[in-house]
Design a protein around this ligand. Structure first.
Ligand code: GDP
Length: 193
């Protein structure tokens, strides 16, 4: 018999609508365009038990569910930003993501933006989509270690113009990671009441 997954381990991989777990419980969904740093950030947040490689555009991609040490469920959605994927892939991304977001289980979406490219068309599409469904969204700026002080101020202003409040993080240096954990906890408490 397979043992129960430990904290931080993958609990489900969903490639087709029919594969969604019956009731995965409240979910925090991580979205962003390809290469934004989502895999690196999730590895940092989840710890090495969940270490995973980046999803290559064009390969079979799905939604991966993980259980965090605190018992929350994180959903890792395939990178959006569709230049290099086929139409069929794009449609499947939309269908899978849409199924999850319309399930009512997503308590919080973490929308990742690259601090050096603060407001791409993909970011705007994702933001508009989440807003249209009324999903509470937390904007996070990735790869913060890549910027110096002056660039940080400029990037922050542009990010905030696009997203409102933004939390900067670096998966590489660990900067902002603890604040992100705290903010996710706080936002979940808020919606759980
Ligand atoms: P994903 O496609 O969104 O899952 O992105 P990855 O996590 O695979 O990262 C894409 C690229 O950005 C890789 O080359 C990573 O090494 C790099 N990267 C990711 N996070 C950081 C970070 O915090 N700082 C720096 N400097 N590079 C990062």
């Amino acid at each position: 018999m397979k043992s129960k997954p430990g904290r931080g381990e993958r609990i489900a991989a969903v490639h087709r609508r029919e594969d969604f777990p019956e009731s995965p419980g409240p979910v925090v969904a991580f979205v962003g365009r390809s290469n934004v740093g989502k895999s690196s950030l999730l590895n940092r947040l989840l710890g090495k038990a969940a270490a995973r490689v980046s999803q290559t555009p064009g390969k079979t991609r799905g939604i991966y569910f993980y259980e965090t040490e605190e018992g929350h469920r994180f959903a890792d959605l395939p990178g959006a930003g569709f230049a290099r994927v086929s139409k069929a892939e794009r449609e499947r991304w939309g269908e899978l993501a849409d199924t999850l977001f319309r399930s009512g289980q997503v308590r919080l979406a973490v929308l990742l933006a690259d601090c050096r490219v603060p407001d791409t068309p993909t970011d705007r599409v994702l933001r508009g989509y989440l807003e249209s469904l009324g999903v509470p969204t937390l904007a996070v700026a990735t790869k913060w270690d890549k910027l110096g002080e002056r660039e940080r101020a400029r990037s922050r202003a542009r990010l905030e113009a696009a997203h409102g409040a933004v939390l900067p993080v670096s998966a590489r240096s660990g900067e902002g990671i603890e604040q992100l954990r705290r903010e996710i906890r706080r936002r979940l408490r808020e919606v759980e009441g």
